[in-house]
Design a protein around this ligand. Structure first.
Ligand code: FES
Length: 121
């Protein structure tokens, strides 16, 4: 068994996701690869996990209703990521989002922040 290292290969938790101009103001943009949403408001940028806190399905943004919906068992999250319906036990997580010296948006999924955290640019 020592010949097979007990290593878990996971994608890096800190990564760049484009430049601010890639995200139109007033939009919620889903990144399927990283399983998160970038939210650009007139106040700045926020990064919200797209992983449902029930059994980790990926939630979708419903722009018409302004809610995040889990397709697996019907959990509903409001724009703050709070649970408003379904079996999810906890809110969606918010990640710290920063701007690199080169002008890229940088997200660290290990760095969980409050909903009120906003990157102003
Ligand atoms: Fe989202 Fe069950 S995994 S409601």
């Amino acid at each position: 068994r020592f010949l097979v290292p007990n290593v878990l290969y996971e994608p890096p938790s800190r990564f760049k996701l484009g430049i601010p101009n890639d995200y139109p103001t007033g939009m919620v943009v889903k990144n399927d690869e990283q399983r998160l949403f970038i939210i650009h408001t007139t106040e700045g940028f926020q990064a919200l996990s797209a992983i449902c806190t029930h059994l980790r399905c990926v939630v979708n943004w419903d722009a018409r209703r302004s809610v995040y919906l889990c397709p697996c068992h019907g959990s509903i999250f409001n724009t703050k990521g709070e649970v408003t319906g379904g079996p999810a036990p906890k809110p969606l997580e918010w990640y710290r989002i920063t701007l690199s010296e080169e002008g890229y948006l940088v997200i660290d999924k290990r760095d969980i922040v409050d909903h009120g955290y906003i990157l102003k640019v």
